[in-house]
Unconditional design. Structure first.
Length: 131
């Protein structure tokens, strides 16, 4: 009888530990926070938590003389919309307009899209993780 209780306790602890690892692995794999380089090499965006959402701020520009400015927030209120996907708003400094936006994470690649007319017309940009 005295042997059974420690075995049950150890087994329960092992199951809880494995469950925690299984829960943490997908969360880490879906982490979009950090700095991302645009496929053209023209800019970098830093994604951080903003309350219960994600926001993206320009952290570097190859040509700082354009309408975009370092420190300008271009992704707002990006909330989970499925595995590796977020929805919110995207600001385009070139035309000064805000669009319905999505982000999709796949490995070390990120695709952001801004859409108008209820998703009828969309423009996508590819990003790669950066330092």
């Amino acid at each position: 009888m005295g042997f059974r209780k420690p075995v049950e306790t150890a087994l329960s602890a092992a199951i809880i530990g494995l469950s925690a690892l299984a829960w943490a692995a997908p969360a880490a794999a879906q982490d979009v926070t950090g700095v991302w380089l645009r496929d053209t090499g023209a800019s970098k965006v830093r994604f951080t938590r903003c309350g219960d959402a994600l926001c993206g701020t320009l952290s570097w520009l190859k040509d700082p003389s354009g309408p975009a400015k370092v420190g300008q927030r271009i992704f707002y209120d990006m909330k989970p919309a499925g595995p590796g996907k977020w929805s919110g708003s995207a600001f385009n400094p070139e035309d000064g307009k805000t669009y319905s936006g999505t982000m999709t994470l796949s490995g070390d690649g990120l695709t952001t899209s801004g859409c108008v007319l209820g998703g009828l017309i969309c423009r996508s940009v590819q990003w790669a993780r950066s330092n």
